[in-house]
Design a protein around this ligand. Structure first.
Ligand SMILES: [Cu+2]
Length: 340
């Protein structure tokens, strides 16, 4: 099959027998139905990156001329080993932008944010933390809170742009505790932001996992994947010629991934691991830019109202404004008009 699209952007077409798809990603592939049409063929899926506890999933590619209940006459294909990370990396490294439809990244950046991913242990529970902050979302949606400024809605201290240089990513954290937080990375509008996602050893020795990081509100260029701890001199590995434009990218065990995006979309945007339990264990951050350009945010967004609004409606407004739902702001107006 030929991979032609990733996360809504064309890629330089390349052929594969199988592909790694991580939570949050999308791909389009093309293939030709040129096999013996009196047979059916297996399509299989299996777990990557964590020891499987379920059998391989199977379905059948059925040629119209053949009964869909006819089993293929060969055994199902055998998946690559779940922990063959070199195999997974080789797939990621085949993905390049198709330059006829995709812009190139800016050659320089204004701000670089390095995000260390650690597994932590807080109050007796396993958590994830980014630069030692484990995200706990505030009850008031960020968009309304930033616009109308109830300063106690979320941490006013921004989270750190990097981590202590002496941190050893090849071992479990020496101090496994971390803090809860919900501060925001406030980005200057229309600036170019580099994000270096730095993986590390989890709580168990010699364990580091794949995490698919997903950004709302933007696409980013995936400039490079690297091993070990990122240093400035790794910049020479950055692909500024034809990096793929994505909204999800993984970090591989004990490695780093370099991303670049332009902060040109007014709003408050989650950036988080797309393995949902990891997000709810704190593996995320929030970026915000140009909130002053978002003109019509209803005051109800922060729970104040001159009208009598039912509890259910207030909840609907909060859900619609929550950046994690990706609901358009127009959904809020539709709800409000129903009661006026
Ligand atoms: Cu994760």
């Amino acid at each position: 099959m030929v991979v032609v699209e990733a996360d809504g952007n064309y890629v330089e077409p390349f052929s594969v027998d199988n592909m790694d798809i991580y939570s949050g990603e999308t791909y389009s592939v093309l293939f030709t139905t040129d096999q013996n049409s009196s047979n059916n063929y297996w399509i299989s899926i299996s777990v990557r990156g964590r020891q499987p506890r379920t059998p391989q999933g199977l379905t059948i590619l059925n040629y119209n001329s053949t009964s869909p209940s006819t089993l293929p006459n060969s055994p199902p294909p055998i998946s690559p080993q779940w922990d063959d990370y070199n195999y997974s990396k080789s797939f990621s490294n085949k993905i390049f932008a198709n330059l006829t439809g995709s812009p190139k990244p800016p050659r320089t950046y204004h701000r670089r944010i390095i995000l260390l991913n650690t597994q932590n242990y807080i109050d007796g529970a396993t958590k994830w933390a980014i630069n030692n902050v484990s995200l706990v979302l505030p009850p008031t949606p960020y968009l309304g809170a930033i616009k109308y400024g109830p300063n106690n809605s979320f941490d006013q201290n921004p989270p750190p742009d990097s981590f202590n240089d002496s941190y050893d990513i090849s071992k479990p954290a020496q101090n496994q505790n971390s803090t809860y937080g919900n501060g925001v990375y406030m980005l200057d509008f229309n600036t170019t932001i580099d994000v270096i996602l730095q993986n590390a050893n989890a709580l168990t020795t010699n364990v580091s996992e794949i995490h698919p990081w997903h950004l709302h509100g933007h696409d980013f260029w995936v400039l490079a994947y690297g091993e070990g701890k990122f240093t400035e001199k790794e910049e020479k590995k950055f692909n500024l010629k034809n990096p793929p434009l994505r909204n999800t990218a993984v970090i591989f065990p004990f490695g780093w991934t370099a991303l670049r995006f332009v902060a040109d979309n007014p709003g408050a945007w989650p950036f988080h691991c797309h393995i949902e339990p990891h997000l709810h264990m704190g593996m995320g951050v929030v970026f915000a830019e140009g909130i002053e350009r978002v003109s019509e945010i209803p005051i109800e967004a922060i729970g104040r109202s001159g009208h009598s609004v039912t509890h259910a409606l207030a909840q609907a407004i909060l859900v619609a404004l929550d950046p994690f739902t990706e609901s358009p702001a127009s959904a809020v107006y539709a709800v409000l008009l129903d009661v006026s």
